[in-house]
Write a protein that binds this ligand. Structure first.
Ligand code: SF4
Ligand SMILES: [Zn+2]
Ligand SMILES: [Zn+2]
Length: 303
């Protein structure tokens, strides 16, 4: 298999484009795709202050590297959630800190336990609901608050095409109209909710994996110990089978959805946002979910 552009030995076949690329040109391909996506969806520009949420996993580190190489004004935020099983967050934090140090990239670390007096392990022990729902809410709250209070124009996350299409597929199967109306690579700023973007949304998991491998990104390959049985994996597998038989399906599915969604899905039921009386951030049911969780964790610790 030869590279379409330089005829050197290829390392990957980009099936959706029907081309094979060598190690040098796949890196160029990923950089170009992200640059185009940022421009196409008007995510941000060179003057914007961008906060990238990093977890130590492949995609967020790739996103951080790509945006830095493209010359954007980027700072990364790592949230230490305090998941101690398998030293998960210790390992993740070590990887992110070394990544930043080796490349001289700016990094901020937010320690949940230090700042709020509880960890996700504490939540897991004391709450009956699924931990990922609570953890996801905590991460979204902190990322947004951090970005807002530190003057960032935009918050970027490492969701790739596989993530986006799996969520889209799942929302379509359940006809979740409200979610469908809001799904997309850009979520505009709304009061104290900062603008949120997904610059990797047109790169597949395979493409980001090859990028990480070729550019020497050392990432955390262990899954979070609480992630077992995530339902999105089922949708990802189904879409991979379809993509294998009909290359380009995923990117078409996503792009065509974005073209028609405003006509098809009107977000009529969008709930009204009010200010949380406790923290001042927007919520639909005050006090906000984060303040309610924080209150429960504090009360239980004291009693
Ligand atoms: S898998 Fe669940 S518990 Fe683990 S970091 Fe992700 S959301 Fe949090
Ligand atoms: Zn080449
Ligand atoms: Zn609140």
């Amino acid at each position: 298999m030869r590279c379409k552009l330089c005829k050197k030995e290829a390392v990957i076949r980009v099936r959706s484009f029907g081309i094979a690329l060598c190690h040098e040109h796949i890196v160029e391909f990923c950089l170009k795709r992200v640059k185009e996506v940022v421009r196409k969806y008007r995510m941000f520009d060179k003057d914007s202050k961008v906060l990238v949420a990093v977890s130590g996993g492949k995609d967020s580190l790739v996103l951080w590297d790509v945006l830095k190489r493209l010359g954007y004004n980027v700072t990364a935020l790592f949230i230490d959630l305090g998941i101690m099983e398998n030293n998960h967050f210790q390992k993740a934090r070590g990887i992110v800190e070394s990544f930043a140090e080796e490349r001289g990239y700016p990094l901020e670390v937010f320690d949940l336990q230090k700042e709020y007096g509880f960890s996700i392990d504490d939540v897991k022990q004391r709450e009956t609901r699924t931990i990922c729902a609570a953890c996801g809410m905590v991460k979204r709250y902190i990322m947004n608050k951090y970005a807002y209070e530190n003057g960032f124009d935009v918050l970027a996350t490492g969701h790739n095409l596989n993530d986006e299409t799996a969520v889209l597929f799942s929302n379509l199967l359940g006809w979740r109209i409200g979610y469908l109306a809001r799904q997309g690579p850009v979520l505009p700023k709304e009061g104290k909710f900062v603008r949120k973007v997904k610059p990797l949304c047109e790169l597949t998991e395979r493409e980001t994996a090859v990028y990480a491998f070729i550019t020497g990104i050392n990432f955390l390959s262990d899954e979070c110990p609480y992630s077992k049985g995530a339902t999105t994996l089922v949708y990802k597998r189904a879409l991979n089978t379809i993509e294998y038989n009909s290359p380009g399906t995923k990117i078409r599915f996503y792009r065509e959805f974005l073209k028609v969604k405003d006509k098809l899905f009107v977000d009529e039921e969008k709930p009204k946002l009010v200010e949380c009386p406790s923290c001042g951030y927007p919520t639909t049911y005050p006090p906000c979910a984060f303040c309610r969780l924080r209150e429960r964790m504090t009360v239980e610790k004291v009693s």
